[in-house]
Design a protein around this ligand. Structure first.
Ligand code: SF4
Ligand code: SF4
Ligand code: FES
Length: 351
């Protein structure tokens, strides 16, 4: 038999809410998510909480516990004094849907804005070869479980809703850094993308994101600071500056100056056949079934009003792949477009 402990849990929705007090049983070895589940089972059956794995791997159970962003399933009750009141609130940076569940679609939007990995032309998946040292460098960033605790704690957006359109946040800075350091990524404009489109300059390296990361990713030291250094290198490199002048790069970099992206049908026509086209076709078919939308084929490189390509595009032999979510998807998805279908047993046999 456990002891009774005092809990305060935020209850409410997007119109408002308040903290409610509960006395809950706590047993040895339990975590905060266990207590939330006991609350649902005994006193508050309609308490909303998002969780999936209860193993610190899915990143769903992000919440603020006594004011600190944490994973509910990885926060042991033994962290707190027996007499301490444990206060659980939803993460603050994202709008509340209900109780402890927030709308984190901001993060999926930012994920879509980041150009995907662009593999070298003529090399099929399975033929990629990297040195172990390069694998290890990006391995750290691949540990991310997308809990968005780093996004939640970052002061650039936590208290400044108005910064959200211009700032992607630390989770996406590590993705940009990972791609920039990837020896097989064919894009060479990751630094400009981070600075201009992701708002890297807003970050003043407070390291709060690193402090809350449950995967102990050194977000600032290993991703943000190296990216900032590379941006500076690039900006003040005399040869790059000369190239910018010749190709009028500053104008061309501004997406507002670019023409409308070609429609999927048009861009499909502009992509030569072969493996990429076949892969894109397969991808489109499978995502059509799952998400009820078609995934566009890779789009042609953008050109400026004078018809010239940006320097980075000139150096590439193919445009970047399209977003894995599809370029025509706007988050949050309308409810009628969500698919809750689980695979039937016969589907498993077929694969
Ligand atoms: S180091 Fe930068 S990205 Fe991380 S929390 Fe601070 S301002 Fe935000
Ligand atoms: S970088 Fe760390 S804190 Fe940020 S989303 Fe990934 S796992 Fe969570
Ligand atoms: S439930 Fe998956 S990380 Fe907590």
């Amino acid at each position: 038999m456990g002891t009774k402990r005092q809990f305060r849990v935020w209850r409410g929705d997007d119109t408002g809410g308040q903290l409610e007090d509960f006395q809950v049983e706590v047993n040895e070895g339990e975590v905060v998510l266990d207590i939330i589940h006991r609350l649902q089972a005994t006193q508050a059956p309609d308490l909303a909480v998002r969780w999936n794995c209860k193993a610190g791997k899915c990143g769903s159970c992000s919440m603020e516990i006594n004011g600190k962003p944490r994973l509910g399933c990885m926060t042991r009750m033994s962290t707190f004094e027996e007499t301490e009141v444990v206060t659980v609130t939803p993460v603050r940076t994202f709008p509340v849907i209900r109780d402890l569940v927030t709308d984190v679609s901001f993060n999926y939007q930012k994920a879509r804005e980041l150009p995907a990995f662009a593999p070298p032309v003529g090399v099929a998946p399975g033929e990629y070869r990297m040195q172990q040292i390069d694998v290890e460098r990006s391995q750290e960033f691949r540990k991310c479980i997308e809990c968005f605790l780093c996004q939640n704690v970052c002061h650039v957006v936590r208290d400044h809703e108005e910064n959200k359109p211009a700032f992607s946040g630390p989770r996406f800075f590590i993705r940009a850094a990972e791609l920039d350091m990837h020896p097989l990524d064919a894009r060479d404009d990751r630094k400009e993308q981070a600075q201009k489109a992701q708002g890297l300059g807003y970050c003043n390296i407070t390291k709060c994101c690193t402090e809350v990361c449950p995967e102990h990713i050194k977000i600032t030291d290993n991703a943000i600071i190296p990216m900032k250094e590379r941006v500076v290198d690039r900006r003040f490199d005399p040869i790059v500056r000369l190239g910018r002048k010749i190709f009028r790069r500053d104008q061309l970099d501004d997406p507002a100056n670019w023409p409308e992206a070609p429609s999927p049908a048009m861009s499909g026509a502009s992509v030569p056949g072969g493996r990429e086209a076949a892969d894109a076709g397969l991808h489109a078919a499978s995502t059509d079934q799952q998400w009820h939308h078609s995934t566009p084929l890779p789009q042609a490189a953008p050109v400026g009003p004078d018809g010239r390509l940006p320097v980075s595009e000139i150096a590439l032999d193919r445009p970047a792949a399209s977003s894995p979510y599809g370029d025509d998807v706007v988050f949050p998805l309308p409810v009628e477009n969500l698919s809750y279908r689980h695979p039937e047993p016969q589907d498993d046999e077929a694969h």
